[in-house]
Each structure stands twice: as structure tokens, then as C-alpha cells.
Design a protein around this ligand. Sequence first.
Ligand code: SF4
Length: 214
Amino acid sequence: MDVDPQKLQQARIGIERLSGLLRAQSWAANDAPALHPAQRSLLLALAGQANGLRSGDLAARLGVSAPTISDSLRTLEGKGLVQRKPDPHDGRAWRMSLTRAGKTLARRLQDPAAGLGPLLQALPERELGQLLRVVQLMMREAQQRGLASGLRTCLGCGFFRPYASTDPKQPHFCAYVGAPFGDAALRVDCAEHKPQSEEALAIAVQRFRDAGPS
Ligand code: SF4
């Protein structure tokens, strides 16, 4: 794919500026206590994980190194937001989960008005769908390049059937819920996600790209 380097540079600057804005917001979002952005991401990754996650899985999911995740976890434990419990399947491992205070804080951080929420709320559904399409493809690329693993996007899911529905407003189909849905409902982190083989994923990505809006 040969794209004009200047266009790529503009796209990169735009994403980096938005990312900088998000980082600035993360320090004190929505009256929540000041949190480092990495700690914020960790809290959100643990939200909804009733059985917790191992630190290695967390690191892979967030695309950060083991030492970085250990530092953040230690800090969050010190703040009483995260707890560790022995892994019932492996006596030498620990599973990290949110404490009651951590769950309360995660709910506040998930508030649609927190972080970049107000900017996203300004987008009509069609544009939100376009954004989510790009996010799916970029997350797939990050995974393919080894920058992240364990991502739970629709595009990487064994239940995802891109453009399998005849409804043009809801062109995709989720075989888990048995219902069609549109781009604006594409999930970036879905608890029901089912990993699929690299071969099946490549076919899904191709179809998602080819059958999508030109
Ligand atoms: S199970 Fe979740 S990730 Fe998989 S296709 Fe359905 S909504 Fe998307």
C-alpha cells in the first residue's frame, strides 16, 4: 500500500495530538483521583474481569512490558484499587482483580463524559462507525506486528461475520448473539470475544476491507 508520506505524517500528527489530549485528561478525569494514564488503562482492562487476569495477560493485552505493568500494579495495589489472589489453576501464579474501590473508580472512568468522551459524543453515528472501522484495522495491524496481543475486537473474533447481513444499515453479523449490527456497534473490547485462527482472520479482514465503503 503506497500512500503519500505527507498524508501519513498528517494522520500520525492527528492521532498523536488526540493521544496527548487523552493523556492530559487522564490525570484527573471526571473528578476522579489523579491517575497515570497507564494505571487508568489497567483499571479499565480489569473492569468486568470477575476472575481477574494474570499480569502477563494484562501486559499482552495493553501492549506494554512486564516491568511496566508490575510498577503500575504495585501502585494501584498501594492505592487499594487492585488486589492479587493466588491463581486456582497455577499455585505459582497470581491473578489481579479490582477491589470494591477499584470497581467504583473504573465505573467513573467508563462514564461516556470522561476523557475524550465529549469529542466522540459530537460525532454522528455514521462518523463514529467510520472511526471504529479504522480502530479495528489498526488494532489488527498492531497485533500482527507483535505490538499487542489478546485484543478482543470484533474483527479478530470467531463470531464475527463481516458483511454477512442483507440489511445495509447493519451489514455485519455476530454469531454469538445471533444478530446483525452496524459499524458504530463494532466492539473494541468484548467479553464474549472468541479467538480465531490466523487464516480465518486474514479472510475476515479481507472481506471487511473489500466489502466496506469505498
Ligand atoms: S462476540 Fe463480541 S467481539 Fe465477537 S462478533 Fe460478537 S460483539 Fe463482536
